[in-house]
Design a protein around this ligand. Structure first.
Ligand SMILES: Nc1ncnc2c1ncn2[C@@H]1O[C@H](COP(=O)(O)OP(=O)(O)OP(=O)(O)O)[C@@H](O)[C@H]1O
Ligand SMILES: [Mg+2]
Length: 149
């Protein structure tokens, strides 16, 4: 487990950028954290590393946005999910399905909602506000296989 303190949006993106170097087409990442904690900013940092510059919006209404990656040997697609509006994993299976998980790098905002169907290699990340300052966040990256409860 790795813990970071981010003092602003840029630092969150930098932490994500460094983390991105460890990922491949089988990676499944869950981002947990309150509304507005910085999950999408973290995804923006990953996207910068993979040179997907137009990855800016949250797929809240579409559930998944799909981005081809051209400049990486390890990742060919990024699938960015936001499952906030789903009621649980049955809902996810009905609307999206699990085929994505080994087709590319999957990043799932609010992924705890569907954690019972996520693969064992899923990496959980939590982003929490720290009370001392509006912009401070604690970012915890758990080890593969460490399920966040
Ligand atoms: N340290 C920080 N890291 C990330 N974002 C920060 C930080 N400090 C302030 N912010 C601000 O917090 C907001 C985070 O928004 P973002 O859309 O990334 O949140 P989110 O967790 O994806 O929310 P949602 O649950 O609605 O999808 C942005 O407005 C950003 O500028
Ligand atoms: Mg978001």
């Amino acid at each position: 487990m790795k813990e970071y303190i981010s003092k602003n949006e840029l630092e969150t993106k930098k932490i994500a950028y460094e983390f991105a170097k460890t990922l491949n087409n089988n990676s499944v990442i869950v981002l947990n954290g309150d509304l507005g904690s910085g999950k999408t900013k973290f995804v923006n940092g990953l996207a910068e590393y993979f040179k997907v510059s137009n990855l800016v919006c949250s797929p809240t209404f579409t559930i998944v946005n799909e981005y081809p990656v051209k400049q990486s040997e390890k990742v060919s697609y990024i699938y960015h999910f936001d499952v906030y509006r789903l009621n649980g994993s049955d809902d996810f299976i009905d609307s999206v399905g699990t085929d994505y998980f080994d087709k590319g790098l999957c990043i799932i905002e609010w992924g705890n909602i569907i954690k019972d169907i996520l693969p064992p290699n899923t990496i959980y990340i939590s982003i929490e506000r720290i009370s001392s300052n509006d912009n401070f966040r604690k970012i915890t990256i758990y080890e593969k296989g460490d399920v966040l409860v």
